[in-house]
Design a protein around this ligand. Structure first.
Ligand code: SAM
Ligand code: DTB
Ligand code: SF4
Length: 333
């Protein structure tokens, strides 16, 4: 790597705080195009500067309201536009959610994330969600929710209930977004993230790769996330889970090494964020997952189920982490 290349991959405006650096799509593309060893070396340097590289944070997901969603997200098994065989369910009762959270805690998860197949929650839905957040927090776990778009009142309700993180993904770049979703604008997502931030909750936002996006579009997603001020505390990188009955069921797989590169670029551009190796682990070898950890991933979804699709068995994950000499941590704020 010559010095000219190093210059090229620097953020366009270098400032004292990582959170206020602006990344151009071109600079991010240049990171993607580095030789693999150079990219991983840079990612590891950044990772080790901010985190214990052997520590991983474990989040368990639960779908609190499943299927029949009015949005047309092309990747999603829960969209009413897709015929995937996912059974529609009304919202789970609070005690069922709390029992699942307790089980997750007992198997070692530090955070419990409640997901709902909504475009946005209704005022009535919020009452039950607030109860769930309070009760899960009462178990001594960190709480996260992903419920779709929120208005100001709802972000305040969730904050007051003690919600630690709100997950709302940008999913892809603005340029590719229209190929994937037509019922909600990119700006709607940015507005929700802004409201979450303003209410004082931690932001969890990331996206999906392997949906047929090109490299510029993949870099465009990372640029959007990295240029949020400040960038998210938590960045889930999902490898598309191809579900029969969705328009993306037959899309070509991303090369696993390109997935690893995406993790590395996320780590470099958002040095202090927790980078979550998210959906798609069930289809990934131990070796690729190990490379993702080397590239700077330091969180996973833990538990046999994501929302409606599978995730590695707890025993399998424990064996993998043990093999790698990794251990779980709880976030300190
Ligand atoms: N309905 C809410 C929303 O979309 O904002 C929250 C739940 S939604 C299922 C949360 C996220 O899951 C999506 O933004 C997307 O990034 C991810 N997701 C959904 N289906 C996926 C799939 N098949 N593969 C990978 N990620 C997926
Ligand atoms: C995120 O980025 N990935 C998770 C969580 N946030 C909510 C969801 C993955 C869903 C995969 C498809 C399913 O299980 O339905
Ligand atoms: Fe609905 Fe969320 Fe799935 Fe889109 S990703 S269809 S908003 S559940």
């Amino acid at each position: 790597m010559n010095s000219q290349t190093i210059e090229f991959i620097r953020p366009v405006k270098s400032q004292a705080h990582a959170a206020s650096q602006r990344w151009s799509v071109k600079a991010i593309e240049a990171l993607f195009n580095l030789p693999f060893a150079d990219l991983l070396y840079r990612a590891q340097q950044v990772h080790r500067e901010h985190f214990d590289p052997n520590a991983v944070q474990l989040s368990t997901l639960l779908s609190i309201k499943t299927g029949g969603c009015s949005e047309d997200c092309a990747y999603c098994p829960q969209s009413a536009f897709n015929s995937t065989g996912v059974e529609n369910q009304t919202m789970l009762a609070v005690d069922v959610v709390v029992a699942a959270a307790l089980a997750a805690k007992q198997s070692g998860a530090s955070r419990f994330c409640m997901g709902a197949a909504w475009r946005e929650p209704s005022a009535e839905d919020m009452g039950a969600v607030v109860e769930m957040v309070k009760a899960v927090r009462g178990l001594g776990m960190e709480t996260c929710a992903t419920l779709g778009m929120l208005n100001d009142k709802q972000t305040e309700q969730l904050r007051d209930a003690g919600l630690d993180y709100y997950n709302h993904n940008l999913d892809t770049s603005p340029e590719f977004y229209g190929d994937i979703i037509s019922t909600r604008d990119y700006q709607d997502r940015l507005d929700t993230l802004e409201r979450v931030r303003k209410a004082g909750m931690h932001v969890c936002s990331g996206g999906i790769v392997g949906m047929g996006e090109n490299l510029t579009q993949r870099a465009g997603l990372i640029a959007q996330l990295a240029n949020l001020e400040p960038y998210p505390e938590s960045v889930p990188i999902n490898n598309l889970v191809k579900v029969e009955g969705t328009p993306l069921a037959q899309v070509e797989d991303i090369d696993p090494l390109d997935f690893v590169r995406t993790i590395a670029v996320t780590r470099i551009t958002m040095p202090t964020a927790r980078v979550r190796l998210s959906a798609g682990r069930q289809q990934m070898s131990d070796a690729v997952q190990a490379l993702c950890f080397l590239a700077g991933a330091n969180s996973i979804f833990y538990g046999e189920q994501l929302l409606t699709t599978g995730n590695p068995e707890v025993e399998k994950d424990r064996a993998l982490l043990y093999k790698l000499g990794m251990y779980s941590v709880t976030e300190k704020h």
